[in-house]
Design a binder for this molecule. Structure first.
Ligand SMILES: C[S@@+](CC[C@H](N)C(=O)[O-])C[C@H]1O[C@@H](n2cnc3c(N)ncnc32)[C@H](O)[C@@H]1O
Length: 213
């Protein structure tokens, strides 16, 4: 069985080539949950905490973007949220997510600047591990905003590398400056994989925004 570091190297080496990336996630799906939780990566804990702080209605319609095997919704479901949909391009990851029975619907789609779902149709959108190099580009924040209703909540993890080097910094600033959203919350910068010496350089935040009315 390949370890977490090997899978991470493979997905980042795919360099955004979508077919390759989808195939890698299809193959990783079987071991993904065990490796994710064993890695100590706290982004799901923080993202679900911020949903709990900012989305007080358990009936809220929430979209988990890049839902993978459904770890985010599994926790949200345990917290009491019941109206969760998921979106991911990898059929292998979605098959694991489906078995958890925590999603009302799953959509095999990419997040990009446009997404083939109704505009303004979610009270909240959450994304962990997907707004990053070679996955969903900075313009996909426009796609998230389109899907979120005015006044809705957006929570996402963001790597410091994606922010500094892959265009997320100017995109996030532009959305703030043009009044598309306002920041609600930001975690401290944390080490993404606290038990991995090889990935010791990786850092993330989790951020929360409110889509403007
Ligand atoms: C690191 S995994 C995170 C999975 C899940 N959110 C979690 O935290 O356990 C990244 C996921 O993003 C998906 N992904 C990659 N590019 C994407 C895109 N453009 N739109 C939506 N999902 C994407 C992958 O298929 C994979 O399931």
């Amino acid at each position: 069985m390949e370890d977490l570091e090997t899978w991470l190297e493979r997905v980042y080496q795919a360099d955004g080539e979508r077919k390759t990336l989808d195939t890698l996630y299809d193959e990783w799906a079987h071991d993904y949950d065990q490796q994710l939780w064993a890695s100590g990566n706290p982004y799901i804990a923080i993202a679900t905490g911020l949903i709990g702080r900012h989305v007080r209605d358990y009936e809220a319609k929430i979209l988990d973007v890049g839902c993978g095997t459904g770890n985010m919704a599994q926790v949200l479901h345990q917290m009491g949220y019941r109206n969760i949909e998921g979106l991911d391009p990898s059929s292998g990851m979605l098959a694991v997510a489906q078995r958890k029975e925590v999603y009302q619907q799953l959509h095999q789609l990419y997040l990009d600047s446009r997404v083939d779902l109704a505009d303004d149709s979610f009270d909240a959108v959450v994304a962990a591990g997907v707004l990053t190099h070679g996955h969903a580009p900075p313009e996909s924040l426009d796609g998230i905003l389109k899907l979120t209703r005015p006044g809705g909540t957006i929570v996402f993890s963001l790597s410091a590398i994606a922010y500094d080097e892959f265009g997320f910094k100017p995109k996030i600033s532009a959305l703030e400056e043009t009044g598309k959203w306002e920041k609600l919350d930001q975690s401290l910068l944390f080490r993404t994989y606290p038990f991995s010496a090889k990935e010791a350089h990786l850092r993330h935040w989790v951020l929360a925004y409110r889509k403007s009315d």
